[in-house]
Each structure stands twice: as structure tokens, then as C-alpha cells.
Design a protein around this ligand. Structure first.
Ligand SMILES: Cc1cc2nc3c(=O)[nH]c(=O)nc-3n(C[C@H](O)[C@H](O)[C@H](O)COP(=O)(O)O)c2cc1C
Length: 174
């Protein structure tokens, strides 16, 4: 099977996961912006950072994939990936980014990334501050896993990258 690993990463945590996965599996890896053509690949393993629920670069990349290719999706976000509601939200938003015929057969995995507020772009800092002020005023029992992660990590540097979780993904695709 001709397989490619692609990643959509703004601040590098997703890239770290994808490159580690390439090292573990011996598969080629690239950033989604660097690949113009995906014909000739019959399996794509896509690692994407979560931005406001969407997976960076996934929607446009999938458009380049041949319809009978296999797609494996790995999301990387800040919120706790053991939280069922968080997973349900991510999977729901995947429906808006990936055509149904791919999603029906796509294994989907969820990993935790990190954040370093010193490195955020100005618009992202503004966005996170507005969001923080909004969720901070919510009663604790109304806060989602995303809200909790935002509050816990606001204005700090947090790194939840755990390569051990890649082993399970490698086993599933081998
Ligand atoms: C503007 C912005 C929006 C984000 N939205 C989400 C989100 O919806 N869900 C989530 O779990 N994490 C969210 N995050 C956290 C990122 O997914 C996390 O930092 C991830 O590790 C980023 O990957 P990257 O370093 O490869 O860009 C957001 C971060 C920023 C800066």
C-alpha cells in the first residue's frame, strides 16, 4: 500500500507527532501545504491540530485524495481526549470536513498537544483571551473539557505530547 503521512500544524506539536510516527513506521511525511497532488497514494494518515473544532488543513487535503483511497485521521488538541463529550464534538465537526464515504471507513484517533502563549499570533492571543473571559464566568458544571483545558493553560506553556499513544495507531494500520 502506497501510504503518506501528512500534517497540518501551526505551532509544531502536531508536526512532532507526525514526524515521530514517520520515524516509527518508516513512512514518508510532509506538511499538507507542501503536497499539491495526492493521486498515486492509496492511504493517507492525516495528523491535524484542532482549531475551533476544525482539523487544520484536512478539508482541502481530502479533496485531493482519490475516492477509493483509505484515510486515517489523527487529531491533536488541548482538551482532554479521555472526555467523551470532547470526542463526540470532534467527530461531529469532522462530518463537516470530510465526505461521508471516507468517514464511514476512516479510523479516527485523538491526541493531546500543547500550547505556548508566548508563541501565539496576535489574532490567536486575542481569540484565546476573549474565549477565556467567556468560559471563566461559566459555572464549573457547565464547562466543557475544552473550557477546562483553556482555563488550566491560559497564558502558560503546556506540553501534553505523549508519543506512547502512537504505538496503538501504528498497530492499527500495520
Ligand atoms: C486559536 C486556537 C484555537 C484552538 N481550538 C482548539 C479546539 O477547538 N479544541 C482543542 O482541543 N484545542 C484547540 N486549540 C489548541 C490546539 O489544538 C493545540 O494547541 C494543538 O497542540 C495545536 O497544534 P499545533 O501545535 O500543531 O499547531 C486551539 C488553539 C488555538 C491557538
Amino acid at each position: 500500500m502506497n501510504t503518506l503521512i501528512l500534517y497540518g500544524s501551526q505551532y509544531g506539536t502536531t508536526k512532532r507527532y507526525a514526524e515521530k510516527f514517520a520515524e516509527m513506521t518508516g513512512l514518508p511525511v510532509a506538511g499538507y501545504e507542501d503536497i499539491k497532488n495526492l493521486t498515486g497514494y492509496d492511504r493517507l494518515i492525516y495528523f491535524g491540530g484542532l482549531y475551533a473544532g476544525g482539523v487544520k488543513g484536512l478539508k482541502n487535503t481530502v479533496k485531493k485524495l482519490s475516492p477509493d483511497a483509505k484515510l486515517v485521521i489523527v487529531t491533536v488538541g488541548l482538551a482532554d481526549v479521555r472526555d467523551e463529550k470532547n470526542i463526540a464534538n470532534i467527530r461531529n465537526s469532522l462530518k463537516k470536513q470530510v465526505p461521508e464515504h471516507f468517514l464511514k471507513t476512516s479510523p479516527v484517533f485523538h491526541l493531546r498537544g500543547g500550547i505556548d502563549y508566548r508563541k501565539l499570533t496576535f489574532p490567536h492571543k486575542v481569540m484565546m483571551t476573549l474565549l477565556y473571559n467567556k468560559v471563566k464566568s461559566l459555572p464549573e458544571d457547565k464547562r466543557t473539557a475544552e473550557d477546562r483545558a483553556l482555563i488550566e493553560t491560559f497564558q502558560t506553556k503546556a506540553d501534553f505530547v505523549d508519543y506512547a499513544l502512537l504505538k496503538q495507531i501504528a498497530e492499527t494500520i500495520s
